[in-house]
Ligand binder design. Sequence first.
Ligand SMILES: O=C[C@H](O)COP(=O)(O)O
Length: 271
Amino acid sequence: MTTSTNGKYDRTPLIAGNWKMNMDHVQSITLLQKLAWTLSDARHDFKRVEVAVFPPFTDLRSVQTLVRGDDLEISYGAQDLSEFDSGAYTGDISGQFLARLGCAYVLVGHSERRTIHGESDETLNAKVKAAYRHSLTPVLCVGEGLAVRQAGNHVAHTLEQVRADLAGLPAEDAASLVIAYEPVWAIGTGEVAGPADAQEMCAAIRAEIASLYDDTVASGVRLLYGGSVKAGNAAAILKERDVDGVLVGGASLDVAEFANIVRFEHHLVTD
Ligand SMILES: O=C[C@H](O)COP(=O)(O)O
């Protein structure tokens, strides 16, 4: 929130890699070590541009051990959490466990959770609150499918998700929120919403947060774009005023590609 990068931002940009259901716990160590070495060789300033990875649950202990052991500045989080804290919820993972594993973040409401697992806005609202109960920062994912976009209802649809998923969330929690706008039609398809689309949606989300809370809260919330982000398109998207970072899927599994996304400022200079 306090770091300024090229004069445009007053929020620290966040470059987040969602590994989805890829990389076992052994592979996760190799990937993370390579990423750390690559960024360290490039003298990346992690305070200027934050880097976070979201490995599968089963990798988190290994990731924690590596991050602590090598004193890495890379943040990490889980891809989901239970809305409950403990009990008879077979297969679910409590935010309490994630906090013990050193997670800073947790994804909530990724479109693959909404569509494949049928998670409702009511459930996601409970998950956002569960994250805060355990001092985890939720990265709330919102966005429309292709039919909604084609009908021109993408703004209304996405803002409805924001309102429903944040209902009853206190302002002091909302101020540290991260929201990722991910048009479902652009996820893993190679289709990318243009920088202007990303800006339009992020600006609309920020205005909605201001109306739900106030301008101070809205100015603290970091807004990410996700959907087929690559090194070649990241800089143009991140140049937009209200885009504070990116949530990267496929390209986060390629160390060189992801490191170049992290170093987007380098590309801004030559644009
Ligand atoms: O969480 C990441 C998004 O689903 C984007 O995935 P993608 O970069 O593979 O399109």
